[in-house]
Design a protein around this ligand. Sequence first.
Ligand code: ZN
Length: 75
Amino acid sequence: MTMETCPKCSSSKIEVGWILSAGKIAFRSDRLPYPFTGGNVRTYVCLDCGYTESYIDAKYLEKIKSKLASDGEPS
Ligand SMILES: [Zn+2]
């Protein structure tokens, strides 16, 4: 998933990067406790208005979906 156009101002000037803390920001589902690590959060920024949009790493999404499937919940 990527952000090609700003949903707020329709600009196509989109910059991609990471939101930083001491390291990359990651998302960890409550459904995937230890030993599962989180998925990195990739972020896109509109260079005209500053709107940001973030996506979780695709491999981590697959881990969450697999966990849901093994728990017998609809995917
Ligand atoms: Zn914008």
